[in-house]
Design a binder for this molecule. Structure first.
Ligand code: FAD
Length: 394
């Protein structure tokens, strides 16, 4: 199923047609009402996650020798895009695709053999990524959670916020400080990544408190109080964790951008259909430029953002630097899908607010892309400094 992902051969149109078709078939079993019901009671979509795991899509990026399909990130993009274009949501399970990449690229052979096959077949869920903290926010290198080595384990103390899926995951990838910031040459030094067994930790130095949010995202606050993590759970070298998560973050940006593209497709299809069908003042509302143009404009934005997503994925798959492209892809896709969400809300008029039409829920869900996993301003700051060479603004 592999396809050449060389940048010069960046594919256009419906690449991975068989995967797209297969994903759509699985998604057809999870209609909009399923997501509405989950949203009403803020319940994790276990059935959907299980179906995606059983059909092999969540293990798509895991190499074949560890039980996955060994596909490039572009295939992961296609899977997530189709999930969202089908009206479903991958938020409950997408993290597995990029978190396991850190383990794959920087973990020991022993760690890979221990975890990856179980992640691929669904026995183990590695869905939680503990980076953000309440006091440091986007300024990641200032995070305060400390891990101090004591013999054959680390003792972890601190707090994380917005750690999504921690209650539905077996394992979490934790970013924490192992050397105090005042003792390192660069503030990106002295941070480490380690695998935390959430099942063992809960009640033994780890407390997890859900945060009620405007979308069904199963996100939490985590409190570490002398949590013991075995030294063998450290990924790579102590103090180099920030570098390890950076390439994972590029993967995350590409994959999340693909979800936004999928949502954008869903909104424009819904809006177009309703604009053609709803007759007011004796003609379809879509005959009015005030309705038609915002939909057409969002469609054009989605098509343009999709090209940047494809370019970022192609660079990533070629092992080339893709920080700028991955960030811009995420920013452009989030803005395009928001334009589509707004156009759809407006096109549906009052009915957009009725839950049975699913527009208000999808609109709420689409807003997250402008904030997480990184907000638009921070991407603009990155482009301004690292791509255009202006002074650091963050
Ligand atoms: C539903 C949800 C799920 C999440 N899941 C996870 C998860 O699983 N794991 C995880 O680690 N994190 C997660 N996050 C956290 C998310 O990545 C952060 O919320 C996001 O990166 C923004 O950080 P913050 O909320 O601390 O905002 P802050 O850093 O406090 O920033 C607030 C605002 O100020 C702006 N700002 C800050 N500094 C500057 C500057 N120098 N120039 C211009 N503007 C600036 C930002 O752009 C933002 O708009 C999640 C968040 C949400 C809402």
């Amino acid at each position: 199923m592999t396809e050449d992902s060389d940048l010069t051969q960046m594919t256009l149109g419906e690449d991975y047609a068989d995967i797209r078709d297969g994903v759509r078939k699985v998604c057809a079993n999870f209609p909009l009402e399923y997501w509405h019901d989950k949203d009403e009671i803020a319940e994790y979509p276990h059935e959907f996650v299980n179906a995606m795991t059983e059909s092999g899509y969540l293990g798509a990026l895991i190499p074949e020798e560890y039980g996955g399909a060994g596909l490039p990130i572009r295939a992961g993009s296609v899977i997530l895009e189709e999930i969202h274009a089908s009206g479903c949501s991958a938020a409950a399970c997408h993290a597995q695709m990029y978190i396991m990449g850190t383990l794959l690229r920087h973990g020991s052979e022993e760690q890979k053999r221990k975890y990856l096959p179980g992640i691929a077949n669904g026995d183990i869920r590695l869905q939680a990524f503990g980076v953000t903290e309440p006091t440091s926010g986007t300024d990641t290198t200032q995070l305060k959670t400390r891990a101090v080595r004591q013999g054959d384990h680390y003792v972890v103390n601190g707090q994380k916020v917005w750690t999504s899926r921690a209650l539905q995951s077996d394992l979490m990838l934790l970013l924490c400080r192992t050397t105090p910031v005042e003792e390192v040459a660069k503030r990106t030094d002295g941070l480490s990544t380690m695998i935390v067994d959430l099942r063992e930790g809960l009640g033994n130095g780890l407390e997890i408190t859900p945060i009620p949010t405007m979308i069904n995202h199963n996100t939490n606050q985590l409190f570490f109080d002398d949590l013991k993590v075995p030294v063998e759970n450290l990924i790579g070298e102590e103090g180099r964790g920030f570098r390890y998560i950076l390439d994972g973050m590029n993967a995350e940006r590409v994959l999340v951008a693909s979800e936004a593209i999928g949502d954008g497709r869903w909104f424009t299809e819904k809006a177009t259909a309703y604009a053609n069908e709803r007759v007011v003042f004796g003609k379809p509302i879509g005959a009015n430029q005030g309705i038609q143009f915002p939909i057409a404009n969002a469609y054009a934005q989605i098509k343009a953002a999709e090209l940047m997503v494809r370019q970022a994925a192609a660079l990533f798959d070629d092992g080339k630097p893709c920080g700028a492209e991955a960030n811009m892809a995420k920013m452009l896709a989030s803005e395009a899908t928001w334009a589509a969400a707004e156009a759809c809300m407006q096109t549906y008029g009052g009915f957009a607010f009725a839950k049975e039409y699913h527009i208000e829920r999808k609109w709420r869900e689409a807003r997250i892309f402008k904030t997480a996993p990184i907000s638009t301003n921070l991407i603009l700051g990155f482009v301004g400094q690292h791509v255009l060479g202006m002074p650091r603004s963050y």
